[in-house]
Design a protein around this ligand. Structure first.
Ligand SMILES: *[C@@H]1O[C@H](CO)[C@@H](O)[C@H](O)[C@H]1NC(C)=O
Ligand SMILES: *[C@@H]1O[C@H](CO)[C@@H](O)[C@H](O)[C@H]1NC(C)=O
Length: 577
């Protein structure tokens, strides 16, 4: 520290700047310590550090790119912008929606950055119930907005096809602001696999019942419903949530057993984007990729009753609870602060080696050892990229939603998708669709192709496990949500399309769908999630165009046996080229 300050005294262009930097390093130091002390047991620093530097696949550049970016923002007194993309985990489902880690990250960093004279902005873009494309990848720049410095990718539970992950990173890399990307490997402390009770033969059986007698604030408080009471996340750290007496009794009487030997070594697995070979390619092109493994902290907390009794506050189910979100946020914040601190004291001798590029997770890297997965080659993912996108998924960049041609005489309703599963707690992510039946006529969307040979595509709204009502299909080539006991769905769309007023023949739809999504597809080969809900409609020349759609039931009866008219919902328009 002394050496670094001495250096600054010599090299800083002005004493004023020196003082600013000195103060700022002190502010960062305090903020980092505060985060470390948030987590009892004396292992706060290890817990936070390992989540963002998992031992088996630490970030290749040790945070260097992130640190330089933060330093630039600090020096120009500008705002560091983070756009959080991911699933229901990042959207904070089963919590009060402002408890999710993106908002927590903002709560943690904003005061610190402001004290240093710059700022932090979070753009929450997560959407539950569907993988990483086409509402994130496929529409990334539009939904993230401009001037984004960092993005997150959190769909580890979806096992997206490799080219969908590739699209996410390719679209991130193509943004003029060249954001760094945080990729989640997992988002939870692994209590489930490691904590059980002696007297039950089945390790996880009746865990919740077993916990019941010990706590005033039982697990029921996470059940949601209108009775769900909001408490600030940090309340769950206090004795008001679970007292020391309750914890002591638990320790004496619960018969809890820790079986670290059963740890599913989640923290040893690379993130999905690394395993599918797309992150290494992104890094080879000079971009920064930062893995996140919350389960890497398991070994520091699993033995500690303070953490054991708070299991539900960490993991409500597969969704983190309030403390889980705070843990994720504090680990990312800690990593950002550490990277900035290093960037502000770059000549500290002990830090010099950290600035060189680390070997990162490659197959020949002794850090990683034996291949964790078989495959690291880069998938071949087509050459077309989204050039324009209008999405009904909220929250998003204002003014980029679906826009109907005002002159088209139709009665399609603009509403929240009827396919969104009803949840106990209100969610921040919404899907605003155009919702139409045969009676509603033709809906038309205007769009501009900036070049020749661009292809316009419409995407429907996803269902949950199954679809509500007499659901019609946008895509021709899909069997998704089709009842297994029926003969396969025909290769048809339940929309009749027009382009600039001309009907589009069904055979064109099939050809275009294959052209974009088949094995050698030009846009996203074998990207089932996009292929299942999106239909390319026409290739167009440079200029203004109109794409139209009206319901014309082909996959099932309209109305159905109970008299319900077929409904088709349109959630997104993408132009690729
Ligand atoms: C979060 O939402 C709750 C419930 O709507 C509200 O009482 C609370 O003030 C909000 N907290 C923050 C930090 O926005
Ligand atoms: C739909 O197209 C696929 C691919 O060409 C084909 O294998 C399948 O048999 C077709 N399905 C029906 C029901 O015609």
């Amino acid at each position: 520290m002394k050496a670094a300050l001495l250096f600054l005294t010599v090299a800083a262009p002005a004493a004023g700047l020196l003082r600013v930097t000195e103060n700022s390093v002190a502010i960062i130091h305090d903020a980092m310590q505060k985060l470390e002390r948030l987590w009892p047991g004396g292992k706060g620093a290890q817990i936070l550090t390992e989540i963002t530097s998992p031992p088996r696949y630490p970030p290749r550049d040790h945070g260097h790119a992130l640190g330089s970016r933060l330093r630039k923002k600090f020096e120009s007194r500008d705002t560091f912008v983070f756009a959080a993309f991911g699933s229901s985990v990042s959207a904070g489902h089963d919590n009060v929606m402002n408890q999710s880690w993106p908002f927590e990250l903002e709560r943690i960093l904003k005061p610190t950055f402001r004290a240093m004279g710059f700022d932090f902005e979070m753009r929450q873009r997560a959407m539950g119930g569907w993988g990483g494309m086409p509402f994130a990848a496929g529409c990334l720049h539009t939904r993230a907005g401009d001037r984004v410095d960092a993005l997150s990718w959190e769909w580890m539970m979806f096992y997206d096809p490799p080219c969908e992950g590739h699209h996410f990173l390719a679209e991130a890399g193509a943004m003029p602001s060249h954001p760094v990307v945080f990729g989640f490997g997992n988002a939870a402390i692994s209590f489930d696999d490691n904590l059980g009770f002696d007297e039950f033969g089945d390790w996880n059986m009746k865990k919740q019942d077993r916990r019941k007698p010990f706590f005033r604030n039982g697990d029921e408080m996470f059940k949601g419903g209108p009775a769900r009471e909001w408490k600030p996340n940090e309340w769950y750290l206090t004795d008001d949530y679970i007292s020391q007496e309750e914890t002591a009794r638990w320790q004496r009487e619960a018969g809890v057993k820790v079986r670290p030997e059963l740890v599913v070594p989640l923290s040893d697995e690379m993130t999905w984007l690394q395993r599918t070979g797309v992150a290494p390619e992104f890094e080879r092109q000079g971009h920064a990729f930062y893995p996140i493994s919350v389960s890497a902290a398991t070994k520091y907390v699993i033995d500690d009753p303070w953490y054991q009794v708070r299991e539900k506050a960490f993991n409500i189910n597969w969704h983190p609870g309030p403390l889980g979100h705070t843990l994720i946020a504090s680990a990312i914040a800690h990593f950002m602060l550490a990277s900035l601190k290093t960037a502000l004291t770059p000549e500290g001798p002990s830090l010099a080696h950290e600035r060189t590029r680390g070997p990162g997770p490659t197959l020949d890297n002794p850090l990683v050892g034996k291949p964790i997965i078989g495959k690291l080659e880069t998938p071949q993912c087509g050459s077309l990229r989204p050039r324009k996108c209008n999405s009904g998924v909220q929250p998003t960049t204002p003014g980029t939603g679906l826009r109907v041609d005002p002159s088209s005489p139709n009665t399609w309703q603009y509403m929240i998708s009827m396919q969104v599963p009803v949840r106990d707690t209100k969610t921040i992510d919404q899907r605003l669709t155009y919702h139409g039946t045969k009676q509603d006529g033709e809906i038309r969307f205007n769009f501009r192709a900036k070049r020749n040979n661009q292809i316009v595509m419409l995407c429907g709204a996803p269902c949950g496990w199954r679809c509500e009502g007499n659901f019609g299909y946008v895509s021709t080539r899909t069997q998704i949500w089709w009842p297994e006991n029926e003969s396969p769905r025909k290769n048809v769309s339940d929309l009749a399309y027009t382009i600039d007023g001309q009907a589009v023949p069904s055979s064109n739809l099939l050809l275009l769908h294959d052209e974009l999504f088949s094995e050698n597809g030009k846009f996203c080969p074998q990207c089932r999630q996009v292929a299942d809900i999106c239909q390319p409609v026409a290739e167009v020349s440079q200029g203004d165009h109109t794409v139209g759609a009206r319901v014309e039931a082909r996959s099932r009866a309209d109305p159905d046996a109970s008299g319900n008219p077929m409904v088709v919902e349109i959630l997104e328009l993408i132009v690729v080229g």
